[in-house]
Design a protein around this ligand. Structure first.
Ligand SMILES: Cc1cc2nc3c(=O)[nH]c(=O)nc-3n(C[C@H](O)[C@H](O)[C@H](O)COP(=O)(O)OP(=O)(O)OC[C@H]3O[C@@H](n4cnc5c(N)ncnc54)[C@H](O)[C@@H]3O)c2cc1C
Length: 414
């Protein structure tokens, strides 16, 4: 079958690879000059089924409200005259109750666990260089109160089969010796021994190369302008470089999916939530973290990636504005430095900001669109690196007419 994958981020490229493995003739359409130049470019790199909690929780509205009058919050909600923002916020608030948070977290967890299985099978058969690191992730708590709350939350995921250990600061410093000099600054931690990390951009680039070797056409520098429907099917896609026709189409445009899906009768509830990212070279420092993790009180995620240290933070409602200036990163660098004073070369930061394609529930949108030959794979929010391989496998199964291994209840558009 001829399949057109729209979008060359981690989601589009993993999907193209799985489709090629199934023997399809695949073309990826990507507007940038290379793959992984959108949200997949410089994320935190955490592959974290052990952290699959939904953002929409009973506490979230309070945090959003506080951000209206305090500029130093990790979540920054700024009201704007943007009807899409208000429609999304309304749907998000409706998910902010204990039962919805439980259901959404378990759906995310189901996908993350499956995705890690697919990722591991892929790694085992296909050598890919992406600065991957196994050995778990550490979720660190600075205060006793937040530690107790975090520890209580683990039950949801441990009951669902996730390995999570509640540990004291001594054990945390044993697991990651870089914490030894600062261990008094943490109250305790949760260790997820099976979580891992890696550079999503390098992974996407390496997999795109493998996909091309299997015959996938990477049409980079090509912008999708319109998806054209005829009756109950997609008839073709207009791009700035001409028209493409295929038997099946996969929508994997991340944050940019809703605009192209709307004329097809699909109102996809995906809103861009901006995050900030800094990468530091090691600079020969020997007290770099040996595994990645999250500073839970500062909502800051970090990972050693080869000889670099990556840190990301902040969830800002800024529409499609991904601009940034050095001052935006001061708070997150200060917090990271208090944990890993010798973590990297602080004088040589590389700054980046990206847009998380968030749905109100935090789960991606999979399955068919309104047209029989349109398949959705978008809205992976803050966990697209973790979920990409799994949702790619699911999408390839659906295109092939197979039943996916994961129950898609609550994960489809309709
Ligand atoms: C700061 C930050 C930290 C994060 N940390 C983590 C983490 O630790 N772990 C994790 O699992 N996830 C993390 N994420 C989330 C993860 O990065 C995203 O979920 C994931 O990258 C989304 O991938 P995607 O392929 O759907 O989107 P994208 O990578 O944005 O891909 C969509 C592609 O579509 C292209 N495109 C758009 N419009 C058009 C058009 N008209 N024509 C052609 N091409 C077009 C874009 O150029 C882009 O390349 C983080 C995100 C951010 C911002």
């Amino acid at each position: 079958m001829k399949v057109l994958v729209l979008g060359g981020g981690i989601v589009g490229v993993t999907t193209a690879y799985m489709l090629a493995e199934d023997g399809h003739e695949v073309t990826v359409i990507e507007r940038e000059a290379a793959v992984a130049r959108g949200t997949s470019y410089a994320n935190a790199g955490l592959m974290a089924p052990g952290h699959a909690y939904a953002w929409s929780s009973p506490q979230a509205p309070g945090i959003m409200f506080k951000s209206l009058y305090r500029g130093d919050q990790a979540i920054r909600f700024k009201p704007k005259l943007d009807p899409r923002l208000w429609a999304w916020t309304w749907l998000f608030l409706r998910q902010c109750n204990a039962e919805a948070a439980r259901v959404n977290s378990l759906r995310k967890h189901r996908l993350c666990v499956f995705s890690q299985e697919v990722f591991r099978a892929l790694k085992a058969t296909t050598p890919l260089a992406f600065d991957g690191r196994e050995g778990g992730l550490l979720y660190l708590y600075r205060s006793q109160e937040s530690f107790e709350r975090g520890a209580a939350n683990t039950q949801l995921l441990t009951d669902d089969g996730q390995a999570l250990e509640i540990i004291d600061r001594e054990r945390a410093a044993e697991i990651d010796p870089a914490l030894t000099p600062v261990k008094e600054r943490i109250a305790g931690a949760i260790y997820a021994p099976t979580d891992e990390s890696g550079d999503a951009r390098l992974f996407t680039e390496a997999l795109a190369e493998r996909a091309a070797a299997r015959g996938v056409t990477l049409a980079t520098g090509t912008t999708v302008q319109r998806i054209e429907a005829a009756g109950d099917r997609i008839a073709g896609v207009e791009t700035d470089k001409g028209r493409h026709e295929a038997d099946a189409y996969v929508l994997a445009l991340g944050c940019w999916s809703p605009a192209l899906a709307k004329p097809l009768g699909l109102k996809l509830p995906i809103y861009p939530i901006k995050g900030y990212s800094v990468t530091l070279p090691s600079g020969g420092n020997r007290r770099r973290p040996s595994i990645g993790g999250v500073d839970e009180d500062n909502l800051l995620a970090y990972a050693p990636l080869g000889d670099r240290l990556r840190v990301t933070a902040i969830a800002e409602f800024a529409g499609f504005d991904s601009s940034h200036k050095p001052a935006d990163f001061a708070g997150m660098l200060k917090a990271l430095r208090s944990l890993f004073p010798e973590g990297g070369d602080w004088d040589r930061p590389t700054y980046w900001a990206g847009l998380r394609p968030m749905t109100p529930a935090g789960t991606p949108i999979l399955g068919r669109g309104r047209q029989a030959n349109l398949f959705l794979n978008c809205g992976h929010g803050h966990m697209g690196w973790t979920m990409a391989c799994g949702t790619a496998r699911i999408t390839a199964d659906l295109v092939a007419g197979r039943t996916p291994e994961v129950d898609l209840e609550g994960l489809t558009f309709n």
